[in-house]
Design a protein around this ligand. Structure first.
Ligand SMILES: Nc1nc2c(ncn2[C@@H]2O[C@H](COP(=O)(O)OP(=O)(O)OP(=O)(O)O)[C@@H](O)[C@H]2O)c(=O)[nH]1
Ligand SMILES: [Mg+2]
Length: 438
């Protein structure tokens, strides 16, 4: 293992992808997502190895026979790395590396590698470092050399741990030093992240009162493109997985007189490494604090339904399963199978179809957001003094006036208004307020 696992980066390396599907499972073992992930990390995919297996073998996952076939292909394609579409135990990685004689990575390690190269802000870097320390480093025989490489590769936060190494022991002694360094570093990182969290919480609290909308969705669905289109935010957009690793928040005015906050988030992916979900909870805090989630779905992707399911699972994991959600069908400009789109439309009749790129459907999107923002419509009877013109003008701007009657010094108004705007109306101190319907 030591020989091959010196770095888990796969940039520019020639990769063979492996999907081993238990015979009884109904999974197709489709490697298209792993291909996109590997390419996002910079690797060149030279071969794909899909195998049906009877059972997962504890030692090598795919069995010794299949592993030696794989070894043959590594030589034939001159590959540098083999990437599995599953998670492997450290023991399985060690055994497989002995047989194929190149580096072996599992799916979570690949995702963590992409996250490591994409992280831009301090918070994102710390979160990725933490996830790597928790997931990857315990799986390496000699951790300190990797702490070194992380520090050198721009994840400078691990440098503190490396600086402490004076004498490098051997064997068990070294492992013990490694473990102590890693756990010390994990504690430090957690402390730093808590401090950043506190700052972010203050930021989020400062925005109290404004309606908060969060864009969520599978990676590459078009979240950042939509944020840019709606708000001129200039957020990094790229046809790669996990282009965005940090949350951006912008003001957006979906209608005259209405201003909401719109946040972009990191993309979701199926089987997101557990450690990463935990450490990215802070980034997804925007989603936890949102009043409405816009679930952006790439309907041009044949796996759209599976992606919706993965996103919903992650939302449940971060306790957002019960939040109000509006489904947005994006990329309708490039949908090839209209029948697939029709199936989705039947399943999600309230979804809004748009193209963030061509701006198709954005007006309808604004209307759908406004109606969620206003909430269910109520019919009210409001009495206000004629000298308090604010109540009347608020109802004119935000609701629909059904009837107005002037009596002495007051005015009696019957109007329709969204439930969510009731608190704002109350703040204007009408003399009397009665809900007639709703
Ligand atoms: N044809 C078409 N392409 C789109 C549309 N929306 C986004 N794209 C493209 O899809 C790719 C991904 O867009 P992003 O906005 O980066 O997607 P994202 O959801 O923010 O992705 P992550 O940050 O990786 O989670 C880019 O190449 C966009 O140009 C659309 O409506 N139509
Ligand atoms: Mg993005």
């Amino acid at each position: 293992m030591e020989k091959f696992r010196q770095t888990l980066r796969v940039r520019k390396e020639r990769a063979i992808l492996v999907a081993a599907i238990p015979r009884r499972s109904d999974e197709a073992g489709d490697l298209s997502e792993l291909t996109a992930l590997a390419e996002s990390a910079g690797a060149v995919v030279v071969d794909r190895f899909q195998q049906k297996i009877h059972t997962i073998k504890p030692a090598t996952y795919i069995g010794k026979g299949k592993a030696s076939q794989l070894s043959g292909r590594v030589k034939r394609f001159n590959a540098d790395v083999v990437i599995f579409d599953h998670d492997l135990s450290p023991g399985q990685i060690r055994e497989l590396e002995k047989i194929v004689e190149v580096k072996v990575l599992d799916r979570s390690e690949l995702i963590l590698d992409i996250f490591a190269t994409r992280a831009k802000t301090k918070q994102a870097k710390l979160q990725v470092d933490l996830a790597q320390l928790e997931y990857t480093y315990p799986r390496l025989a000699r951790m300190w050399s990797h702490l070194d490489s992380v520090a050198g590769a721009g994840g400078a936060t691990a440098a503190g741990a490396v600086g402490g190494i004076g004498t490098r022991g051997t064997g068990e002694q070294q492992l013990e030093i490694d473990r102590r360094l890693v756990s010390k570093r994990i504690t430090e990182l957690k402390r730093e992240l808590i401090n950043i969290d506190k700052r972010r919480l203050r930021e989020i609290n400062g925005r109290r009162g404004l309606f908060k909308i969060c864009l969520v969705g599978y990676t590459n669905a078009g979240k950042s493109t939509l944020l840019n289109t709606l708000t001129d935010a200039e957020v990094f957009v790229e046809d790669r997985l996990f282009a965005t690793l940090d949350t951006r928040t912008r003001r957006w005015s979906p209608a005259q007189g209405v201003e909401v906050l719109l946040s972009d988030t990191v993309g979701f992916v199926k089987n997101l490494p557990h450690q990463l979900v935990a450490s990215f909870k802070a980034t997804l805090e925007e989603a936890v604090n949102a009043d409405l989630l816009l679930h952006i779905i790439d309907v041009a992707n044949p796996d759209a339904l599976k992606q919706i399911e993965s996103v919903n699972n992650v939302l449940k994991e971060i306790d957002c399963g019960e939040k109000p959600v509006l489904e947005i069908f994006n990329k309708v400009d490039v949908v090839r199978e209209i029948s697939d789109l029709e199936i989705l439309q039947t399943l999600y009749p309230d979804a809004v179809s748009i193209s963030a790129k061509t701006c198709y459907g954005l007006e309808e999107l604004s209307e759908a957001v406004i109606s969620r923002y206003r909430g269910t419509e109520l019919v009210l009877r409001v009495v206000s003094s004629q000298s308090n013109g604010k109540v009347q003008s608020f109802l004119r701007a935000h609701g629909r006036i059904i009837n107005e009657q002037y009596q002495d010094s007051s005015v009696l108004i019957e109007a329709r208004l969204g439930r969510n705007q009731l608190p704002e109306l109350k703040r204007l101190h009408p003399e009397n307020l009665e809900i007639l319907q709703g």
